[in-house]
Each structure stands twice: as structure tokens, then as C-alpha cells.
Design a protein around this ligand. Structure first.
Ligand SMILES: Cc1cc2nc3c(=O)[nH]c(=O)nc-3n(C[C@H](O)[C@H](O)[C@H](O)COP(=O)(O)OP(=O)(O)OC[C@H]3O[C@@H](n4cnc5c(N)ncnc54)[C@H](O)[C@@H]3O)c2cc1C
Length: 381
């Protein structure tokens, strides 16, 4: 347990760890192998109030700060990477976009059923032609009386194949650069809205990725989040905070890998002794533990800044960059410590090794995090 966690966070970690050991870890290989959306696991987290975390109680949520959600994600991520991605997308992308971008009427309309886990949220920014450059969005939004007409497509939408409520970023005016981006909510079943599941991911196979196609899809103007032109600011704000939760997920992946490596190194005998007695293995374990702790401290700092309402963009990029790349190094060492068995399924380290890779890509690649950090350091020239 971490000395800087308060009593509530320590209790939360214990509760979620027990739930994760019983309900998530035992199903993680199956979720991965079958590309199965972890719906029972999601419902179980909902019963614990976790799908409503960080959403205020007045909108049906269970409250809590990002530091609390960080603690949860580490435990969930250690047991099942896919479930942690599903949860982040539901809470810190989907629900938070509605909370921060929406009016009270919109919050009351969508958040209670998302917080309870009855409905599932998704966040759709990336398109076939653009991911890192959110100003190049092609999905168009045209006003027609009390409705908007939406045309275009989105790619790689996590939870997309099963979600009910989608926060979609569109371009209502390409000439206006960032002032042309507008966010709207599109509900599953809206005529003109088609969801095409995307298969074949390397890892995080349970998170129901989908392509979304909008073909003259009509949505009420009342589904717009904020004003026209406020979508870009909203997307950046949400990504700045949600990145901290990707870092927290990486702590979980890294912890899962380290725990597996520690346990295996004590059992595996070579040349008459457990491999944990060999200095080469001990030094790998030591480096893994140091990197995990450094990542946790960076993540906690970013979450604390967010919770205190302080600027956190650079620190959240630092946490995401470091935690995701550290999780990659840790997963690789854990696999090495397992030797040949680590390379075969079913093995937790083989799954973690694949699951980790996308954490260096989604919610801003490592290169984009380095851009955010270096711009904050250098300022305007
Ligand atoms: C499994 C998965 C789930 C995802 N879930 C979602 C989701 O739920 N919602 C959503 O909206 N998106 C989602 N994404 C999309 C993800 O956020 C994008 O893939 C990511 O932002 C990168 O965009 P891109 O793939 O278009 O790569 P590109 O932007 O085309 O980048 C290609 C390469 O060029 C580099 N690069 C780009 N611009 C620069 C620059 N200016 N300087 C230096 N290097 C640069 C990038 O770092 C990368 O290495 C998901 C992706 C995956 C793989």
C-alpha cells in the first residue's frame, strides 16, 4: 500500500483488488482470446459504484476525485487491461465530456444511467484521416432548423460496438480552425448512424472498438455540448485529464507484470536454484520496481493538481508518457524473466506485453506528449 494514499484510498484499493482478483483476473485471458467485451465485469464494477466515479452525486454519480479513480484503475489494470480501457473510456472520456461540456439539463439526461452502468459511454474524436491533428476533422455538422445533420466517420472508437451514448467531435466550419469544432451527443439507434465493429487488435482485445458512420444522421440541436466552436477546447480539456487515468492504467499493467515476474522468479529453478537468486534477475526486478514507483508518483502528482483545480497539462502528459513507456519496459523484462513460457498463451505477461503497447498511442501518442511537454518548457519563441 502507498504511504501517500489516505485511509479512503487505501480501503478503495483493497476492495477493488479483491474484486479484481475474483472477477477480473480469472476472466482476463478469455476476454483477450475471444475479443469479448467484459460486460459482467463492467456490471460488477457498476455495483461497486465505480462506473459513476468522479461524477458528482447530484447527477447520479458516486463522486470521488481523480486520485481515487487512479487507485481503482491501478487495481483494475493489474487484473485485466481490457476492462481498464473500457472503464477509462466510459468514465474519464465519455461521462466527463458530458459533465464538463453539458448543461445541467444534459447532465441530468445522460449521466445517471451512465454512472449506474445501465448505459455505456464512448468518445469519438479520431477519424480515418486524422488522429493526432484534431483540427483536421472532416465529420461535418450542418444546422437545419432545430436539428443538425451529421456526415462522416470515426475510427477506433473504444466501447463503440456496445455503447449507447457517444460524444462526437465534428467540424461545423473548416475555415474557422479550432473555433470550427463542435461536440454533440449521438445516441445508439439514431437513424443514419451505423456502428461497424473493428477486429484484429494486437491487445486490449475486449474493448469493443468500432468504426462509426454518420450518413445524413439527424440529431436535435439540444444534443450539442456547449456552444458551436467550443468542441476543440472541450476535447483538449478532457484529454488532459483522462491521460492521467491512462497513466494509472499503466501502473496496473506494470504491477501485474512485476507481480507475475516476482512470483515466477521465486519458483523457477535453473542450475539447482530459483532464478530469483541470480543477480541478473534481481537487478531486472529492482529496475522494474523503481520505474513503477516513479510512474506512480508522477501520476499521483498530476491527479492531485487536477483535483486541486491547478494547471496540469504538462504534468499529465509527463505522467502518461513516462508511465506508458515504463510499463512497456517492465512488461518486456517480465516476459524475459519468464523465458519461453512468457512467450506463449495463456500467460499474463504475454497478454500484458500486448495490452501495454497501445498506451503509447491512444489519448495522444508519446510524440504528442513530448510536444505538449516541450511546448510548456520552451513557451512562445
Ligand atoms: C486500440 C485503440 C483505441 C482507441 N480508442 C479511441 C477512442 O475511443 N476514441 C478516439 O477518438 N480515438 C481512439 N483511438 C485513436 C487514437 O487516439 C489515435 O490512434 C492516436 O491519437 C494517433 O492518431 P493516428 O492513429 O491517426 O496517428 P497519426 O496522427 O497519423 O500519427 C502517426 C505517427 O506520426 C506521429 N506524429 C503525428 N503528428 C506528429 C507531430 N506533429 N510531431 C511528431 N510526430 C507526429 C505520431 O506520434 C505517430 O507516431 C484509439 C486507438 C487505438 C489503437
Amino acid at each position: 500500500m502507498q504511504p501517500f494514499y489516505n485511509e479512503q484510498q487505501t480501503m478503495l484499493a483493497t476492495t477493488v483488488r479483491e474484486f479484481a482478483a475474483e472477477k477480473l483476473a480469472s476472466r482476463a485471458d478469455e476476454v483477450d482470446e475471444n475479443e469479448e467485451f467484459p460486460i459482467d465485469q463492467f456490471r460488477g464494477l457498476a455495483e461497486l459504484g465505480i462506473t459513476g466515479m468522479t461524477v458528482p452525486e447530484e447527477f447520479g454519480g458516486s463522486g470521488g476525485e481523480y486520485r481515487d479513480f487512479m487507485v481503482v484503475l491501478e487495481e483494475v489494470g493489474a487484473a485485466c487491461g481490457s476492462t481498464s480501457t473500457v472503464l477509462i473510456t466510459h468514465v474519464s472520456l465519455g461521462s466527463q465530456t458530458i459533465y464538463h461540456g453539458g448543461s445541467d439539463e444534459q447532465r441530468n439526461r445522460w449521466l445517471p444511467s451512465l454512472a449506474s452502468g445501465e448505459k455505456i459511454a464512448a468518445f469519438a474524436l479520431t477519424e480515418p484521416g486524422t488522429g493526432s491533428d484534431a483540427l483536421a476533422l472532416e465529420t461535418s455538422l450542418r444546422r437545419d432548423g432545430d436539428e443538425y445533420v451529421l456526415n462522416g466517420s470515426k475510427l477506433f472508437c473504444t466501447n463503440g460496438a456496445v455503447a449507447d451514448v457517444f460524444s462526437v467531435f465534428t467540424n461545423h466550419n473548416k475555415e474557422a480552425a479550432h473555433r470550427g469544432v463542435t461536440a454533440v451527443v449521438v445516441e445508439k439507434g439514431t437513424p443514419g448512424f451505423t456502428i461497424n465493429p473493428q477486429h484484429g487488435k494486437m491487445g486490449m482485445k475486449g474493448c469493443a472498438t468500432a468504426e462509426l458512420v454518420f450518413d445524413n444522421c439527424r440529431i436535435p440541436v439540444a444534443n450539442r455540448l456547449g456552444k458551436e466552436g467550443e468542441g476543440y477546447k472541450l476535447a483538449l480539456k478532457i484529454l488532459d485529464s483522462s491521460r492521467i487515468m491512462i497513466a494509472a492504467q499503466c501502473l496496473g499493467l506494470a504491477k501485474g507484470a512485476l507481480d507475475a515476474a516476482l512470483s515466477y522468479s521465486k519458483q523457477r529453478i535453473t542450475f539447482g536454484k530459483p532464478i530469483a537468486t541470480r543477480q541478473a534477475i534481481q537487478f531486472m526486478l529492482a529496475d522494474m520496481a523503481v520505474e513503477l514507483d516513479a510512474a506512480r508518483l508522477l501520476t499521483y502528482r498530476a491527479a492531485a493538481l487536477y483535483d486541486e483545480g491547478l494547471p496540469h497539462s504538462k504534468e499529465s502528459a509527463m505522467a502518461k508518457l513516462y508511465a506508458s513507456e515504463a510499463a512497456g519496459r517492465i512488461a518486456s523484462k517480465a516476459l524475459q524473466i519468464h523465458g519461453g513460457v512468457g512467450y506463449f498463451k495463456p500467460s499474463a505477461v504475454e497478454r500484458i506485453y500486448r495490452d501495454q503497447r497501445v498506451t503509447e498511442i491512444y489519448e495522444g501518442t508519446s510524440e504528442i506528449q513530448r510536444l505538449v511537454i516541450s511546448r510548456a518548457l520552451i513557451g512562445d519563441l
